[in-house]
Design a protein around this ligand. Structure first.
Ligand code: ATP
Length: 513
């Protein structure tokens, strides 16, 4: 655990030191769970958004993108169920005065049991070596089976209690499991209460006729209310999708995990409108397709897993998360939800307008079903950033810190470095910058010895360093150094553009999907 904490602290401080993420309003002591993206962070975030948009919108003939407003008519949130049901169960510790999500306390308790299972597996792997059969071990080892049964029993009881709004039982469960405040060890808990996560605000200049609004807690509703407008103007036929990325706001009860859980964050969502009855197929299709998108970034298949929901949200008939191995363990990165016709039917009911699709094949109108993919852009940022940050020991025993970002996402693609600040080398380096900047985000750096500049760019995540030296004056070649392998090659200046393009362009990466 200490190790995980250290790694996570390293991620946070690296993000600050290299201009990726800052605490919001830091000069005023910051604002809790609100963050600003700095010069490199804004580029990385934009690149992730584009990578998603390209895969979802540009590459799919039947998916279009929109950009709906953050403010929506307040009835939207009655129809969607958010006013009544967008709650988290909270519990306070009377001694420490700290507030927690009751469900998260219980889930964390289960994660600890799961860690014990992982330890048993590790031990057995060592003992049995090459003949070890993990699947068999998981189902036959008495201790592991008991651990797993315990987890299942706890989670299904919690799911049932939450579903039936039996908050007293949620508290009873916390007490029975002897769950203590993680910070102080106290077990002096209040009752569990529901807490609505939406932020309220007002529209209008005078107090009398101001209208109560909410800041949207998800982007999805902007898609649902525009469903018919988009369908009619695009003339898309079912099945088709509408995608968008944009800010969402939630007054999270506990937000202590850097950009994992923020009060203002960005989502990338896609609603796929389908014929009722076909949802099971599309659910599988989108689970698989979204996982392939993640895997195309090469961050290691072992770092992803599916988690099927036991407790389904009020709108869903099936739901799974794609979980990622963050520095603090496997956690939700993206949700795939089969939402049935819940949203469109609700909006029909509350607006009195028909939100139906005329299916020419069936020769009838119906309210389409919806398959949703929903990923947090900031969470994806954290996944990419934390997974890329590495301390390496080199062959000569020295160490380096490298931010091995997938080069397609890296904020700066290349740094152009004159070996020395004289003899015309800076001028050539500047000329290369002038030429490459049309296609890529590049920087010029002439300060310090070249070795130090390489290390600085490694830690910054820059995939290529291009060094201009005295040979360049004679043969027009430069040294290109690769961040991950530190391999160096001599190439002609004219070849640089194509070489970089081949490595960083989205086509190269998305082809791996
Ligand atoms: P959690 O269980 O972690 O609170 P959720 O199930 O409420 O998440 P959804 O409503 O399904 O999340 O939202 C879809 C995606 O939006 C999530 O998978 C996550 O990546 C992102 N997301 C949700 N809440 C936050 C937040 N507070 N900060 C950052 N990203 C978030």
């Amino acid at each position: 655990m200490a190790n995980q904490d250290d790694q996570f602290k390293k991620v946070i401080s690296h993000a600050k030191e290299y201009g990726y993420v800052f605490q919001s309003s830091e000069i005023y002591e910051g604002l809790s769970a609100v963050y600003d993206y700095a010069q490199n962070g804004a580029e990385l975030k934009k690149n992730i958004r584009e990578y998603w948009w390209k895969a979802m919108v540009q590459m799919n003939e039947n998916i279009v993108g929109i950009d709906a407003a953050i403010f929506m008519h307040p009835t939207t949130w009655k129809a969607s169920g958010h006013v009544d049901a967008f709650n988290d169960p909270l519990i306070d510790n009377k001694d420490s005065k700290k507030r927690y999500r009751a469900d998260v306390l219980i889930e964390d308790y289960c994660a600890k049991i799961e860690a014990k299972i992982d330890k048993e597996v590790e031990k057995a792997e060592k003992r049995f070596g090459g003949t070890f059969d993990k699947a068999q071990f998981l189902t036959t080892n008495q201790r592991v089976v008991e651990y797993q049964e315990k987890i299942n029993a706890i989670l299904s009881r919690m799911a049932k209690s939450l579903e039936h709004e039996d908050l007293a039982d949620v508290k009873a469960l916390i007490e029975e499991l002897e769950i203590a405040d993680p910070l102080t060890g106290s077990r002096n808990w209040t009752d569990v209460k529901q807490f609505n996560l939406m932020f309220g605000t007002k529209l209008g200049a005078s107090a009398d006729n101001a209208m109560d609004l909410y800041l949207r807690p998800e982007t999805a509703q902007g898609i649902f209310v525009n469903f018919l407008n988009v369908q009619k103007t695009s003339r898309l036929k079912i099945p088709f999708g509408i995608a968008q990325s944009g800010k969402a706001f939630r007054n999270e009860i506990v937000a202590r995990q850097f950009i994992f859980r923020m009060r203002e964050f960005e989502q990338m969502e896609m609603q796929f409108f389908i014929k009722p009855g076909t949802q099971a197929e599309w659910y599988e299709y989108w689970k698989e397709t979204r996982l392939r998108w993640h895997l195309s970034l090469g961050m290691g298949a072992e770092n992803y897993r599916f988690h099927d929901h036991e407790k389904l949200a009020h709108y869903a008939d099936a739901a799974a998360d794609i979980e990622f191995k963050f520095p603090f363990g496997f956690k939700e990165l993206e949700g795939i939800h089969s939402r049935t016709d819940f949203d469109l039917s609700q909006h029909e009911k509350f607006s009195g307008k028909k939100l139906q699709y005329f299916d020419p094949e069936e020769n009838k109108s119906y309210v389409p079903y919806v398959l949703e993919t929903s990923i947090g852009l900031d969470r994806m940022f954290l996944a990419v950033f934390s997974n890329s940050l590495k301390d390496e020991t080199l062959e000569d025993g020295s160490t380096r810190t490298v931010l091995a970002l997938p080069s397609v996402l890296a904020p700066v693609k290349a740094a152009i470095l004159p070996l020395v600040k004289k003899d015309g080398l800076p001028e050539i380096a500047r000329q290369i910058v002038e030429d490459l900047k049309w296609d890529f985000n590049v920087v010029y750096d002439e300060k310090d010895a070249v070795g130090r500049r390489y290390r600085r760019q490694d830690a910054n995540g820059t995939p290529f360093c291009i060094t201009v030296d005295h040979d360049t004056l004679n043969d027009n070649t430069v040294t290109i150094r690769y961040r991950d392998t530190m391999k160096q090659e001599r190439v002609n200046i004219e070849a640089l553009r194509d070489l970089i393009k081949q490595e960083v362009e989205m086509r190269t990466w998305l082809m791996k999907m």
